[in-house]
Design a protein around this ligand. Structure first.
Ligand SMILES: [Zn+2]
Ligand SMILES: [Zn+2]
Length: 289
């Protein structure tokens, strides 16, 4: 097996802010409060919770962050699509949920799609002869507000169908694999508008992953505010490249570890993100947006 190139793009100096974190409200393993505790233990001064297609963990994390004296930016990571490519859009510094909230209404529809998709994956697995039941996956989803493929992958590993979580993707539910089911993705423009509707800034998550890089020029024609420059799966070179892109286009640089919890292999919380000066730049820009 070839080792994946992971240059671990990170800024100079200590990491001050980690603006890409997942809790068990999507496919992370820790509660929102635990995420904040881990961030504090790492010495982080600011964080954002960016669960997939849900804002359900923000209130709990916000409260915990006050207790720890950490600056908290309520967030989300929306699964969207641009020019047939899946693109994740981070929404940062969301205002509290309002009555008839457009974002929450739309995310409730996305949740329905996610539930259907999970059921379809299980059906396909059963057709393939895999001994898996809905309850096996339900156990992984537990109290999560937003089920996803990682829950199915963890179930496959736990019940002994695969030897690792990763193998579940390479054999069954990765793109193009026999039990893969495509997500219903919202247009990137819509995701950006929903984020702006909540007073947030929209940042392209990990542009170096998947086919997003090739679509960057087109994506930049959308009303984006920021690009995630620093991410564990960006090489040092990619981070440098995106840093230049941000400067040249008058955008904001964001960064984070995309940590999925203490029970995962990649416990990257606080390993990359923004240094203090990049975070202060971001905050200064937020005041103008
Ligand atoms: Zn993502
Ligand atoms: Zn993420």
């Amino acid at each position: 097996m070839t080792k994946r190139r992971r240059g671990f793009g990170r800024p100079k100096g200590p990491i001050y802010a980690d603006l890409h974190l997942h809790s068990n409200q999507s496919d992370g393993t820790d509660s929102p409060a635990e995420v904040v505790k881990r961030a504090a233990a790492k010495g982080l001064k600011a964080i954002a919770l960016t669960d997939h297609d849900t804002t359900a963990g923000n209130a709990e994390a916000q409260e915990a962050a006050v207790g720890e004296g950490i600056t908290f930016l309520p967030g989300v990571e929306v699964s969207a699509e641009f020019d047939l490519v899946e693109v994740h859009i981070l929404g940062l510094r969301l205002s509290p949920v309002q009555e008839n909230d457009e974002m929450e209404t739309r995310l409730a529809e996305v949740l329905e799609d996610r539930i259907t998709r999970t059921q379809l994956m299980i059906e396909k697995l059963i057709e393939l002869g895999v001994q898996i039941g809905e309850q096996d996956v339900a156990q992984e989803i537990a109290g999560a507000a937003s089920p996803g493929r990682l829950h199915v992958a963890r179930a496959l590993y736990r019940i002994g169908v695969t030897n690792s979580v990763q193998e579940a993707f390479t054999r069954f539910i990765g793109i193009g694999k026999p039990a893969y089911v495509q997500k219903n993705r919202m247009p990137a423009m819509e995701a950006i508008e929903l984020i702006h509707g909540r007073g947030g800034i929209a940042s392209i998550a990990h542009p170096g992953i998947g086919g997003v890089h090739k679509k960057l020029r087109g994506l930049l024609s959308l009303p984006l505010d920021a690009v995630e420059v620093w991410h564990p799966e960006h090489s040092v070179g990619q981070s440098a490249e995106y840093g230049i892109l941000v400067r040249e286009n008058g955008l904001i640089a964001t960064g984070g570890s995309d940590d999925h919890g203490s029970k995962t292999q990649r416990k990257y919380i606080g390993e990359t993100g923004l240094n203090e000066s990049a975070f202060q730049t971001l905050i200064a820009r937020l005041e103008q947006v």
